[in-house]
Design a protein. Sequence first.
Length: 185
Amino acid sequence: MSEIDGSPYLNDKYYPGNIVTTSKITYVDIPLRYNIYSDNFEFKIPNHEALELSDPSSIKEVIMPDGTYLFVPFMNKMNKRSLGFLKKLNDGKGKVLIHYTIQLIPAKQAGAYQQPEPPKFAGEQKFYYVFFGTEPAVRIMNKSDLINAFPSHRLEIERFIKKDKIKIRKQQDLVKLMDYYNSLN
């Protein structure tokens, strides 16, 4: 890891967080940081190396100073079901979530007129998802993805998007839309 440029972490520093398990056990003030590349949380034990959560599927949520992360199924960019930690942006039956990604770019060998380059972490991105708790979270890439995520309230959602000029790339707009959806139920 020390030979790789960049960082795989959302924040390099450890922050005190709470871990809530699916069996409703809460671990309080654990020094944690989120590793975007492995899509897992690391915790620090004094005088030891960082350790990853060994069974993330037993975790319901991780509560950090910057927000709450849910361990949920989601449809990844290849449209395949995955499991991972997604940051929750609102409460209610329907939720807007963020999934962070980062790439590991392999080392480049020396070549004609080119110096060798070490491997590096780069291209951090965040993707928005909507989640209703029963099916995998759906990635929102465009307006039709957003409208199709609400099949039972399609017309109301379309009207709300048009009336309030909702932009799918704006986090606060997505939260506003989901709050509206939650008020319908």
